[in-house]
Design a protein around this ligand. Structure first.
Ligand code: C5P
Length: 286
């Protein structure tokens, strides 16, 4: 049975360029997948329809679950007979800015592509785009720049070995709500911010990666959610430096020196939520 990983992603840099006529926002972002995520299995079945079993979280079993929608739309596009059985082992929290739902959907598409009737690559990417802005990146993963809605992907060379300490908040944030607050007042990103973030990542020097980190959604997330503001300020006090924010939150992260990981974890003891140490990975996760 096709089985694979649905890795979490972080945004090492995220700039909101402006609002689009379709209600979405144009972005310039640096995506990075990590070696931790959900487990996904997909089995083609003789009976029609998509059945989804989930462990580790309660998710809808209909199209409101992006993994179910991905399977149904793939079967339709491939004009495949029968249906599919999807099993999700959820580890990535929902509403965490780690791309969990999008990565599950991308993994379902990747796994179905290994079964008879694979779609041509451009049709697959079209389907990925229609599912969500982060899905196209998560088809391949690794290191990439995203423009447009974040769905126009330009792969970059694999990142050097860097450790990332995720600070998982005990509450979710809504991407749509956070983007709604950005529209009120666009913050100005640093000049050549994306280029600096790419250079910093290529250098593999954690301090440079932290310094080059910028996320226009961070402030919006903190304006929309008081608990996010409190979480980030407590994390900053404990860490002794500003934490990075992935996507629209609620996860914060730090990029420590490899030898500094244990010390960072010790400093973060007592912070609400839990911590997860992960490593940047190269693409093609399954
Ligand atoms: O694409 P996805 O379904 O993950 O996006 C969730 C919501 O976030 C969208 O409905 C939209 O309100 C907002 N969004 C945006 N601009 C983007 C990506 C997402 O405004 N580039």
């Amino acid at each position: 049975m096709p089985r694979g990983q649905a890795p979490a992603k972080v945004n090492l840099y995220l700039e909101v360029v402006g609002r689009r006529p379709d209600g979405y926002h144009d972005l310039r972002t640096l995506f990075q997948t990590v070696d931790w995520g959900d487990g996904v299995e997909v089995e083609r079945t003789a009976t029609s329809g998509v059945v989804c079993e989930t462990q580790g979280a309660v998710l809808p079993s209909d199209d409101a679950n992006l993994a179910v929608r991905a399977a149904r739309e793939w079967l339709e596009a491939a004009q495949a007979p029968g249906g599919a059985h999807v099993r999700l082992e959820k580890r990535i929290p929902l509403g965490a800015g780690l791309g969990g739902g999008s990565s599950d959907a991308a993994a379902v598409l990747r796994l179905l592509q290994t079964t008879p009737g694979a779609l041509p690559h451009d049709r697959l990417m079209q389907l990925a785009v229609s599912l969500g802005a982060d899905v196209p990146f998560l088809i391949e993963g690794g290191t990439a720049v995203g423009t447009g809605r974040g769905d126009v992907i330009e792969p970059r060379p694999p990142a050097p070995r860097i450790a990332i300490v995720l600070m998982l908040a005990p509450f979710p944030t809504s991407t749509a709500t956070v983007f709604g607050r950005v529209a009120e007042r666009l913050r100005r990103a640093p000049e050549h911010g994306l280029e600096k973030a790419l250079e910093a990542l290529a250098s593999g020097v954690p301090e440079k990666i932290r310094d080059a980190h910028h996320n226009d959604l961070a402030e919006a997330s903190m304006r929309a959610y008081g608990e996010m503001l409190r979480f980030a300020s407590t994390a900053e006090k404990r860490l002794g430096r500003p934490p990075c924010v992935t996507g629209s939150g609620s996860t914060l992260f730090d990029v420590p020196d490899v030898g500094e990981v244990d010390e960072v974890l010790a400093r973060l003891q007592g912070l609400q939520g839990r911590r997860q140490v992960v490593w940047a990975t190269a693409g093609s996760p399954s």
